[in-house]
Design a protein around this ligand. Structure first.
Ligand SMILES: [Fe+2]
Ligand SMILES: [Fe+2]
Length: 203
């Protein structure tokens, strides 16, 4: 099985593997990619907080996402630590073209359950892609400490991916979730195909 095939299968259903040049380009802009990564973790935490606030009446949502907020914020802190060790400074937040396009794709309106499903699937997708990219960093960066760091984060984000999908299926018909998930995957592959490969972005 080729690397692309095994990646596609293992990496959480994604339909288009990351451009193989990406990790080495990112390595040349480590301060930039770490800054972007830090803000990805911040956005992951912020997004879970927003879901908790918006769906406060859904006990399982609140109970499941609360510890994830802490984990994502822990990741933010760990990225900062890696930056500090290398004399790198947290830069400005970047325009997140990838997330913006996904956000535009999410269906507005509908029932609250439909809105919850959209939000959880979007989060699951971002986790899946982050996971795929962290795997590339864990195998392709030269720095052994960063390899280990990205391996650990890859495992953590894979767990979040599973959690978001399972949570969506607790509130919405699993068949509906599966069908919509396929649409999200197709759209995400299209976004990836058209996004410029940049070493200063996680996505
Ligand atoms: Fe994270
Ligand atoms: Fe995550």
């Amino acid at each position: 099985m080729s690397w692309e095939e095994s990646t596609r299968q293992k990496m959480l259903h994604l339909k288009l593997p990351t451009d193989p040049r990406w990790a080495s380009i990112a390595e040349m802009q480590l301060g930039d990619v770490l800054t972007d990564h830090a803000y990805c973790e911040q956005k992951a935490a912020s997004s879970c907080i927003s879901i908790i606030v918006r769906f406060n009446d859904k006990e399982e949502v609140v109970n499941t996402l609360t510890p994830i907020v802490a984990e994502e914020w822990g990741h933010f802190e760990r990225v900062l630590e890696q930056m500090r060790k290398r004399g790198l400074k947290l830069g400005f937040v970047r325009r997140d073209e990838y997330a913006l396009q996904l956000k535009n794709f999410s269906k507005k309106g509908g029932s609250r359950i439909q809105q919850l499903t959209e939000q959880l699937l979007m989060n699951a997708l971002i986790e899946a892609r982050s996971c795929e990219r962290f795997k590339l960093l864990s195998t392709q960066l030269e720095d052994p400490e960063l390899q280990k760091f990205y391996y650990e984060l890859m495992v953590s984000e894979a767990g979040h991916f599973v959690t978001f999908i399972e949570l969506a299926k607790k509130y919405e018909d699993p068949q509906v979730v599966n069908e919509r998930w396929q649409e999200w995957l197709d759209f995400e592959a299209e976004v990836m195909r058209n996004l410029e490969v940049r070493g200063d972005r996680i996505h």
